[in-house]
Ligand binder design. Structure first.
Ligand code: HPA
Length: 270
């Protein structure tokens, strides 16, 4: 079988250097975190063989390699969603490539709706676990035993503890909850949101879960952070929109940047 990551690795390896970079996927409207990167090298996904061309507004679609708080980082500014192509494995090449470039930690961020009232638009929430309501899985079609990935502690308890500590240090309010993955692109009905609440979900969104499954498949430790952009459909009459998601995400992104910088700064602490 052809190695679908070989060309991307050949292109990126000299820019990334050795193993140990921390990767961050920046969700809708959250790309501003990349502004803080020093020694930055930015490469459009279109120039990286096998990387997806996300056409969703609010996503720059480029990789930014550089340093944050002195630590080597690889930021993925934008992602491809299941709803764009119907392919849950759309982020497979980027994530496998990161793994083979020696990335062992990835922070996956997104914009999400809140299913609980205590999380308000603009707040951050640490993802503790997820529910996959799509029926899709990026590993469908794989033939090796590596496809039977354990999803217990998929969101690393060690990284979650570090991110909570960083939130306290940075004075950032951080909720914690279960993220429910829906396909989109239409938003949910109020009845669906009531069902998700009954099932134990706290957040709802159209991304992240396939990337988490792929990252675990390729042995990468995962943390997930949502920027709450809205109350979910039907809550206090809410009717979410992509415009609202982008606007609120860009302010939430400022708080996210503070949290990420505190997390990276604290990584050397024991
Ligand atoms: N539902 C699904 N995806 C979302 C939402 C929502 O309410 N907000 C931001 N992304």
């Amino acid at each position: 079988m052809p190695d679908r990551c070989a060309d991307a690795i050949a292109l990126l390896q000299p820019k990334v250097g050795g193993p140990g970079s921390i990767a961050v996927i920046l969700g809708t409207g959250l790309g501003g975190v990349a502004d803080a990167v020093t020694d930055a090298v930015a490469i459009p996904y279109a120039d990286i063989p096998g990387f997806p061309r996300s056409a969703v507004s609010g996503h720059a679609g480029r990789l930014v390699i550089g340093r944050l708080e002195g630590r080597r980082v690889i930021l993925l500014q934008g992602r491809s969603h299941y709803y764009e192509t119907g392919d849950a494995g759309a982020m497979r090449t980027p994530i496998e490539t990161l793994s083979r470039l020696g990335v062992s930690t990835i922070v996956i961020t997104n914009a999400a709706g809140a299913i609980r009232k205590d999380a308000q638009p603009g707040n951050l929430a640490l993802i503790s676990d997820h529910i996959n309501l799509t029926g899709a899985n990026p590993l469908i079609g794989d033939t090796d035993d590596g496809r039977f990935v354990s999803m217990t502690d998929a969101y690393s308890p060690r990284l979650r503890a570090r991110i909570k500590r960083a939130a306290t240090q940075a004075g950032v309010k951080l909720h914690e909850g279960v993220y429910c993955w829906v396909s989109g692109p239409s938003f949910e009905t109020p009845a669906e949101i009531r069902m998700m609440r009954t099932l134990g979900a706290d957040l709802v969104g159209m991304s992240t879960v396939p990337e988490v499954i792929l990252a675990r498949r390729f042995g990468i430790d995962v943390a997930g952070i949502s920027v709450v952009t809205n109350l979910a459909a039907g809550m206090e009459g809410a009717s979410p929109s992509h415009g609202e998601t982008k606007t609120v995400a860009s302010t939430g992104g400022i708080v996210l940047k503070r949290l990420l910088l505190a997390f990276l700064k604290g990584l050397d602490d024991v």
